[in-house]
Design a protein around this ligand. Structure first.
Ligand code: SF4
Ligand code: MG
Length: 320
């Protein structure tokens, strides 16, 4: 299968303003040179602790933020610096499902109009003429048809996320970027929404970039997984390889923290010392070295590049 998305050496830095004149005194290296691809129909999970740059990656691909450097190739086209109409055209093909369905939907807007809005933004169709299409979308996300006439505030969190998903599907996008789509929901409805996303992926031929901090959620959803730490991808591989033979010491620590249901299979948890350093002032060498249980002398001196150590399994660590 072809690559739908190709990210090459992407950097997204935020300027830090300071001093009397509010000039730029430094940069937060939120995304610091990452590369990955997503094939058509595939789900890439992006996992890491809060502040690791995964949401910034998603927002940069959506072109809500400007890349500082690098390239975003979508469907064979360089979209890194598109503006105006050509950017608008691309926006039809890349949609987002947000973390918080309470904050991302207008509670006083009729659900029919919430879902129809993206189509109306790209055409001169009236709400009335879109009614059948919108009702079909509501049905596909598991909402009753009379939801059309209700307001977003009349729905629970899980149902609101279904509305958000219907809205994201309205333009028949190729890529959906889902940023923590279930982390604001009750555990009891999380798997329903995840299963819905999977069903829709098959039905609508969707490709997903699935961002989450919860490793069990990412495991459920992904074909491949990229692990981020401090703006870098430190390991990327098929899901099975990440969970069964994690290579990077940071991935090993994350995996070791997942609770095991079987008490006989004792998991020796690797507890990391210290806090995540600030991306405004990242450590020298390997960004993980101040916390790494396996750090060696060279780790503070040179930054390991992400390299493929087994077929399809890449890691950025001097151990390999
Ligand atoms: Fe740890 Fe060194 Fe590997 Fe970084 S490069 S993860 S500090 S062993
Ligand atoms: Mg985030």
């Amino acid at each position: 299968k072809n690559n739908l998305l190709e990210i090459i050496d992407l950097k997204t830095y935020y300027p830090i303003k300071g001093g009397f004149l509010r000039h730029t005194v430094g940069h937060v290296k939120a995304v610091d040179n990452i590369s990955f691809t997503i094939k058509n129909g595939e789900t890439l999970g992006l996992v890491g602790e809060s502040g690791c740059g995964k949401s910034t990656t998603g927002r940069t691909i959506l072109r809500l933020l400007d890349a500082t450097d690098g390239k975003i190739i979508f469907d064979g086209k360089d979209i890194t610096n598109l503006r105006g109409k050509s950017l608008r055209d691309i926006r039809k093909d890349i949609q987002m499902v947000f973390q918080d369905p309470y904050a991302s939907l207008n509670p006083m807007q009729m659900v029919g109009s919430i879902v129809a809005e993206p189509i109306m933004n790209f055409s001169n169709k009236s709400l009335k003429s879109l009614k059948g299409e919108v009702m079909e979308l509501l049905r596909k996300v598991g909402l009753p048809e009379d939801a059309y006439y209700k307001y977003a505030h009349e729905f629970s969190g899980g149902q609101r996320q279904r509305i958000g998903i219907a809205r994201a599907l309205a333009l028949r996008p190729k890529l959906i970027i889902a940023d923590e789509p279930v982390s604001a929901l009750d555990v009891s409805v999380q798997s329903q929404v995840l299963n819905l996303l999977k069903e829709l992926q098959d039905e609508f031929d969707l490709t997903f970039l699935f961002i989450a901090h919860d490793l069990s959620v990412v495991k459920h959803m992904s074909d491949r997984i990229g692990v981020m730490y401090l703006g870098n991808i430190v390991e990327i591989a098929d899901k099975e390889h990440i969970y069964d033979e994690p290579l990077h010491p940071y991935t090993q620590a994350l995996i070791s923290a997942i609770p095991v249901p079987d008490p006989r299979k004792k998991n020796s948890r690797i507890v990391l010392e210290g806090d995540i350093p600030s991306p405004a002032n990242p450590p020298s060498g390997c960004p993980f070295h101040p916390r790494c249980p396996k750090a060696m002398a060279e780790c503070s001196l040179s930054k390991p590049a992400l390299k493929e150590v087994k077929s399809g399994h890449s890691v950025a660590c001097h151990l390999y």
